[in-house]
Design a binder for this molecule. Structure first.
Ligand SMILES: O=C(O)CCC(=O)C(=O)O
Length: 278
């Protein structure tokens, strides 16, 4: 089965072996441009979007270099619930077909979307983490797509992925994303700080441009640096999807309201998990 010509057998092999693949130029630039408005709305005060720079400051104090002209790291999830353009992108663009083809999943379900904006000169790294313990699902066919709205390099907050880490079944503890502090009450081992000590980890830093889609397995450990550019934002949208083998497993201290009817072991499906493919 190949629901999308954008995905080749070599892409599927890369994803299976390394836990991450960059699909180049697979989304039309008009589709990417249509994300400008929902991302701007989210940053401008959507209640589901947080200022992670403020969170980091409250936990560890402002970074030494903080001063005039410091940018902010904005992040939020589940804009699809209220923002029709974000819902359209996550559910009706070519993206779900691309993901279904990569996972070789007959059906595909939406888990959540996220916006991740690092303004110019935003100092927070994205601490290395694994998505799986943040997600209230079990299954192998679970992944995160990352879609840049701006050209991204390692200097501007491009993401590094620990290749092969999705094959390790260590239970990693979720952290607070901008500091290594663990989310209280959650089990697991702390993810190593690959920013300061990469050791012999096989980390691939992926530069990306509008039109590209980088897809990683939910168990692949990844992190990003600050945006050191003084004039270029690093805006990205991430959409997380689940395939045929996925069941519900509550991990959050407070379930998402639209998942409140689910119990552990339930097969996922609408309304909490819209079918987005076929
Ligand atoms: O955009 C970032 O800095 C991190 C994104 C990420 O970790 C994710 O989407 O899973």
């Amino acid at each position: 089965m190949n629901a999308s010509p954008a995905v080749t057998e070599a892409d599927r092999r890369e994803f299976r072996e390394h836990g991450v693949v960059a699909l180049r130029g697979v989304l039309d630039l008009g589709i990417i441009a249509a994300l400008d408005a929902p991302v701007a709305r989210a940053v401008a005060g959507d209640p589901s979007t947080a200022d992670l720079s403020a969170l980091g400051d409250s936990l560890t104090g402002p970074p030494a270099a903080a001063g005039e002209g410091r940018g902010r790291f904005h992040s939020g999830v589940d804009h699809w619930l209220d923002d029709i353009e974000m819902r359209h992108f996550a559910t009706e663009s070519p993206l779900p077909g691309i993901v279904a083809a990569l996972l070789e999943s007959r059906e595909l379900f939406l888990y959540e979307d996220s916006i991740l904006v690092k303004e110019p000169n935003s100092l927070e790294p994205t601490v290395f983490h694994q998505d799986h313990p943040y997600f209230s699902v079990d299954g192998d066919l679970v992944c995160t797509t990352w879609i840049p709205l701006d050209p991204v390099t390692r200097e501007t907050g491009g993401i590094g992925y620990v290749r092969g880490s999705h094959l390790d079944d260590t239970q990693w503890r979720p952290n607070l994303f901008v500091t290594r502090d663990p989310i209280p009450g959650r089990p697991g081992r702390d993810v190593p700080d690959f920013h300061t000590d990469p050791g012999d980890a096989d980390i691939v830093w992926i530069d990306a441009a509008p039109g590209d889609v980088v897809i990683h397995h939910a168990r692949t450990i990844h992190g990003a640096g600050p945006n050191r550019s003084l004039d270029t934002s690093r805006r990205a949208v991430s959409v997380r999807y689940c395939g045929d083998d996925t069941t519900y497993r509550e991990r959050a201290l407070t379930p998402k309201p639209h998942h409140a009817h689910m119990v552990d072991g339930d097969p996922i499906g609408p309304p909490g998990f819209p079918v987005v493919h076929p």
